[in-house]
Structure formats: structure tokens, C-alpha cells
Design a protein around this ligand. Structure first.
Ligand SMILES: Cc1ncc(COP(=O)(O)O)c(C=O)c1O
Length: 447
């Protein structure tokens, strides 16, 4: 195999059968589409190359900067592609949460601009979100950037409709699988592949996977965020299901230890979600197959990227895998009932409480969001750091009342429940978070 350029090595990834002794499905052949074997390491190499390619010559002529709103794989692929064409690359994001990827981007020469945002996901309807404002500026005619615009660019989806999807059909001897399962980030890969598979066989069942509410699986949306993504169309999926980060890591371990597939957490999530979804369907097939014993079914899931970038992510959630003591005081261990019962206070009462008792106001958002606007007197302890502090025990005196603040009041409720369980007598969550505070017209200050 000889190539003139590394970009020619993008695509044509293997479709590998998972050993039935591992997945346990008796009537379904399960295949992994190994997007982790793309040259820059992920499924996003296809989209990045397809989106950037048409603009590269003009960008080189004008010395434009390549820009994308990404904190992960798209940024990684674009940083390489831009560098190969002598162009600077800037990744704009509200938070780089995976240190290995941030370091790699810096190593590749990327510029990283961290702007405040309400969530990791761009919300185009919110005109006050600085990320949205930046996105609009980039998309204006005459912009001097080459903005690849992965959340809205049809060439993202097209990369998979012309590449990933047809490759799956070809490797299944011209047939579509009965099930196709993919994690949803921008929705480009699942949308493009699903379109092609349905053209071959409209009966294919498409399962989209997202992270569970308030959970974090790097690279994909949560159930709440997914509807905000420009390319996401609910009609693409027969069902959208959620996977927790613990389940994603379980899947990742199975793929790595038993299948020799060194997938990252979204590959693990895809494997876990696929086997869970198909488990009961497989049991039903047992009976129907007695009348047609030759009719085996097939399913394909996508393995998006590689394990190496997620060692610190995995260590935080599963220290036992690194021979470290088990995690303590973990918000993930709370029951739904405990979170629902967390002490909370709405904006008018919180204002009165601050006036009267001067609770310590702890803002759990990113430093960028905090710097842009926060409640006067609040201190900023970003959620990841807060998580570390809490693992060591109660971080505040029990005599000090505490008001916890986050974007929409979900994370603060979890920590209020946790600190209450740990024995703090007066910790409350701001109901609806900074958004509700702002919407109530309560004052916010800027640094
Ligand atoms: C690690 C990882 N997995 C899965 C996905 C999902 O891909 P898509 O954006 O095509 O929905 C992404 C996309 O950002 C990703 O980075």
C-alpha cells in the first residue's frame, strides 16, 4: 500500500467481527468499524479532511487561519491538516477537559482559545453565549478564517455518506446490517452512515448513543445537549439511548482486554450500548430462528478513537484499575432520590439568604464562564477541582453555610446532596443555576 500523502490513508478502515464468546449474542454477528485506525486517530479525520479540503488553496493564498469549535478529535485532525498546508490552526472551545488532548494540540502547534459557554455544546439559539457569538462572527461573509463549522457543515455528514457507510455495506457483501449503533457528537457520522444503510435496506434499525444526563463521556453529547446540535435530526434514529461513563469504561475494558481493540470511551460506550440493546432482541430471535435456522442477523457499531488519550479520564473514575485506592465521596454514587432531596434555594430566596447570612457562594463553572459573569462575592472552584477536594473530605467548616452554583442547577444539586450526606448542615444548590439567576434579573458581575 503506497500513498503520496497521509491524507490518502484516511478511511477504508477494517470491519472486525467481535468474538461471540465475548458479547454472548447467539444469533447476531457483531462487527466493530475501526475508525480508531484512521491516521490521526479517529472517525473525525474523515470529516475534518472533507470539510477543510475545498478551502485549503484559498486559505493558503490569503494566509487564513483554520478555525473550529472543538475540544477533541476534530481539532486534532484539523491541527495536523492545517500544519501540512502551512496554515495556523485555532481550536475554540469553552473548556478543554481532556488534558492529554490539550497537550497534543499544543504539541501540534495549535492555538487554543477557551471561551465561556453554558455547556460543551454550542447553543445557536442563545445569543448571549460567547461561543455562539464567536460562531456567528466566523460564519459571516468576508470572514478571514477558514471555518470548518463541524456542527452545521453538510460536508461533515457527507464524509460518512460517501466513505464510512459504503465501506460497511461493501464489507458485508453488499448488505446493510440489521442494526447500526453509533455515539452522537456532532451527529455527522451517525447521520451519514444511517442514510446510506437505509438506502440499501430501509429496515435497518439505527441506535444513537449519548451520555447519561449530567454525566461526561468525552466527544459525545448528553441526552439534554443532543437536541442543540445543528446536524442532529431525531428522525435519523429509531431510538436514542444513554450510556453512563462507568458503562463506557466497562465496554472500553472489554474491547481492550478481550478483543484487542484499543478503543477510547466512546468505542466502549458503543460496544456496551450495542450489547445491551441487542440482548433481549437476541433472546427473542431464538424462538423465531427455529423456523429459519440459517437466518443470522448482523449489527455494526463504530469505534471512534483510541484509548491512550483517556488515561487520566479513566483513572479519575476507576482508580482501582491503576492500583490506587477506590474513589470516595463520589457524586455518581448518589441515588436519584438523594439528588431530588438535595437542599435547594431559588433566586429570590438565595438573594435574601446572601444578604442575611452571607453564605460562601461557590461557582462550579469553568473559569472562563466565571470571569464573564458571576454572582458578586462568589469564589470559583471548577467542578473537576471541587470533585477532587470533596474526595478528601468536607472542604468547608460545618459552621460555614454554602451556596453552590452551576450552569442550570443539576451539578450543584448533586454536590449539595453529597455534602449533606457527608454531614454539612447547611449547603444549598441554586435552583436553575446561573441561567435562572440571570433570567430573574438578579445582578451578575464581571471581572
Ligand atoms: C471520541 C468521539 N466519539 C464519537 C464522536 C461522535 O462523532 P460525530 O461527531 O460524528 O457524531 C466524536 C465526535 O466528536 C468523538 O470525538
Amino acid at each position: 500500500m503506497r500513498y503520496e500523502s497521509i491524507t490518502e490513508a484516511i478511511g477504508n478502515t477494517p470491519l472486525v467481527r467481535i468474538d461471540p464468546a465475548v458479547h454472548g449474542l447467539r444469533h447476531i454477528d457483531l462487527y466493530a468499524k475501526l475508525e480508531l485506525l484512521n491516521p490521526f486517530g479517529s472517525v473525525k479525520d474523515r470529516a475534518a479532511w472533507n470539510m477543510a479540503r475545498p478551502g485549503l488553496a484559498a486559505a493558503a493564498e490569503h494566509g487564513s487561519q483554520v478555525v473550529e469549535l472543538s475540544s477533541g478529535n476534530t481539532a486534532k485532525a484539523l491541527a495536523v491538516i492545517a500544519g501540512m498546508h502551512g496554515l495556523p490552526f485555532k481550536s475554540v472551545t469553552n473548556r478543554m477537559r481532556i488534558p492529554e488532548i490539550k497537550d497534543l494540540l499544543l504539541l501540534l502547534g495549535a492555538d487554543i482559545e477557551e471561551l465561556p459557554g453554558q455547556s460543551e455544546c454550542l447553543d445557536p439559539t442563545n445569543t448571549e453565549d460567547p461561543l455562539t457569538l464567536f460562531h456567528r462572527e466566523l460564519s459571516e461573509p468576508g470572514s478571514s478564517y477558514l471555518h470548518t463549522d463541524q456542527y452545521f457543515n453538510p460536508r461533515n455528514t457527507e464524509a460518512h455518506a460517501t466513505g464510512t457507510g459504503p465501506e460497511i455495506v461493501k464489507d458485508l457483501d453488499g448488505r446493510a446490517p440489521d442494526w447500526f449503533v453509533a455515539c452522537v457528537g456532532t451527529a455527522g457520522s451517525s447521520t451519514g452512515v444511517a442514510r446510506v444503510l437505509r438506502e440499501h435496506d430501509p429496515r435497518v434499525q439505527v441506535v444513537g448513543l449519548v451520555a447519561a444526563k449530567s454525566d461526561f463521556i468525552p466527544g459525545i453529547r448528553t441526552l439534554d445537549e443532543v437536541h442543540e446540535v445543528g446536524l442532529f435530526d431525531p428522525a435519523t434514529y429509531d431510538t436514542v439511548e444513554s450510556v453512563t461513563s462507568d458503562e463506557a469504561i466497562e465496554g472500553m475494558l472489554t474491547l481492550a482486554r478481550r478483543c484487542g481493540i484499543l478503543a477510547g470511551p466512546t468505542g466502549g460506550a458503543a460496544y456496551f450500548g450495542t450489547v445491551r440493546h441487542l440482548g433481549s432482541l437476541d433472546a427473542q430471535l431464538t424462538e423465531s430462528q427455529q423456523s429459519d435456522p440459517g437466518a443470522r442477523r448482523s449489527a455494526v457499531f463504530i469505534v471512534c478513537d483510541r484509548i491512550e488519550s483517556y488515561l487520566s479520564y479513566t483513572r479519575r473514575r476507576r482508580p482501582d484499575l491503576f492500583r490506587q485506592p477506590p474513589r470516595r465521596n463520589d457524586p455518581a454514587d448518589l441515588t436519584d432520590a438523594e439528588v431530588a432531596a438535595a437542599p435547594a434555594v431559588d433566586t429570590p430566596d438565595a438573594q435574601k439568604w446572601i444578604e442575611r447570612d452571607r453564605p460562601l457562594v461557590v461557582d462550579l463553572r469553568s473559569p472562563f464562564a466565571y470571569a464573564a459573569l458571576h454572582i458578586e462575592g462568589a469564589i470559583n472552584i471548577v467542578d473537576e477541582l471541587f470533585d477532587e477536594l470533596v474526595r478528601g473530605g468536607l472542604p468547608f467548616s460545618t459552621r460555614q453555610p454554602v451556596l453552590l452554583v452551576c450552569p442550570v442547577g443539576e451539578q450543584s444539586a448533586r454536590y449539595a446532596a453529597l455534602l449533606t450526606r457527608m454531614g454539612h448542615p447547611d449547603v444549598r444548590s441554586l435552583t436553575g443555576g446561573v441561567i435562572a439567576w440571570r433570567d430573574a434579573g438578579a445582578p451578575l458581575v464581571r471581572d
